[in-house]
Design a protein around this ligand. Structure first.
Ligand code: GLY
Length: 357
């Protein structure tokens, strides 16, 4: 078992990574929620049938009673209608302030369940059991929870740290290749922004089979980078912005495809290449040979390195970006591979440079 401690004072917690951990979820949760009697498990229509019975059996072995709430799989469930149903169901199940809620699934389940946990009864304990690669390396760690609004993704949310994050790498074996690749975009991002050695390791293991053979090392390395960033900037006002490498331009690609044509991972993949190209063009990154290395690595996981986007959509996405302040935006470039370079720029200058590309 590999364990990482996220040090956030009274909101500190452990990330635990171990094959077969699903069957020990109850004992792990008992140590962080000693008073809880009931656990309310939120899952989705894909993950529930695969793993809920095992988790429930483990919870019962540790003396918890449990209820489950299943949402339909997909981003459409991260909405205010599902949140309201979830709140009502939690109350119907008899959830009290000493009980806890458990997110069993990918990023949608974690975000929806976490936001419900942050608000129900003015906040109850919350446990993350992420089952996708993207959720394990990114969304389950760091306490960002949210739902989408018509105005945009993740616009209503909170910072609500979990009591623990339980990762069973064996759950990744049931992911389809596309969903695995989506997670790989975020894995590759960590190498780009913070760890050249890890980036080189990924280049030397450019297939799902090779990554799976080293999955605990991959999960640990990504979560360790995220841990250090979140410890330094829990509320996302400074260093945490580096986690958005590839995301500003990526959001434009997601928007251009109406959130249907391109997955988040695909959009981030092409967004990272575009950000590096822009960095080279602006002279903040010297060696444009990195573009080819990054593109080859992304392609080996069947991720796109270029996405067409109309100009109006690009302007809208850059304008709406959550890292913008007035007329400025913090773009995340790379000083070199393995070293993120946050750069405050006028939005107009970003758009002009992108347009001239
Ligand atoms: N996914 C970006 C963050 O947690 O800040």
């Amino acid at each position: 078992m590999k364990t990482l401690h996220v040090d956030l004072g009274s909101r500190s917690y452990d990330i635990q990574i171990d094959p077969g951990l699903l069957d020990r979820a109850g004992e792990k949760i008992r140590t962080v929620c000693p008073k809880a009697k009931r656990l309310f498990v939120v899952t989705d229509s894909n993950v529930g049938p695969l793993y809920y019975d095992r988790v429930k059996a483990s919870l019962e072995r540790s003396g918890f009673s449990s209820s489950s709430h299943v949402v339909s799989a997909g981003e459409h469930s991260k909405c205010v209608t599902e949140l309201e149903k979830l709140w009502e169901d939690m109350m119907e199940a008899g959830l009290t302030r000493t009980d806890a809620v458990v997110a069993l699934g990918g990023g949608v389940v974690g975000d929806l369940c976490g936001f419900a946990a942050s608000t129900i009864l003015r906040g109850v304990d919350f446990i993350q059991i992420p089952t996708t690669l993207l959720a394990q390396v990114d969304s389950s760690v760091g306490g960002k929870v949210a739902i989408d609004l018509a105005a945009g993704k993740n616009l209503a949310g909170a910072f609500w740290q979990p009591k623990t994050v339980l990762m069973d790498p064996e759950t990744l074996n049931t992911l389809d290749d596309q969903t695995f690749s989506d997670g790989m975009a975020e894995v590759i991002k960590y190498g780009c922004i913070a760890d050249k050695g890890f980036f080189d390791f990924l280049c030397a293991h450019p297939s799902r089979t090779e990554i799976t053979a080293n999955i605990e090392h991959v999960l640990y390395t990504c979560c360790d980078i995220k841990r250090s960033v979140v410890e330094e900037d829990e509320r996302d006002t400074g260093r945490r912005m580096i986690l958005n490498f590839g995301h500003t331009i990526g959001h434009a690609y997601e928007l251009a495809g109406n959130y249907e044509t391109w997955t988040h991972g695909q959009a981030v993949s092409a967004g990272m290449v575009a950000a590096v190209e822009l960095g080279v063009k602006l002279g903040v990154m010297e060696h444009n040979s990195e573009i080819a290395t990054l593109s080859d690595l992304l392609r080996s996981f069947h991720l796109p390195t270029h996405i067409d986007c109309d100009w109006a959509t690009m302007e809208k996405a850059v304008g709406l970006d959550k890292k913008s302040e007035g007329t400025d935006i913090t773009m995340i470039f790379l000083r070199e591979m393995g070293q993120a370079l946050p750069t405050r720029m006028g939005k107009k200058a970003v758009l002009q440079s992108l347009r001239a590309s």
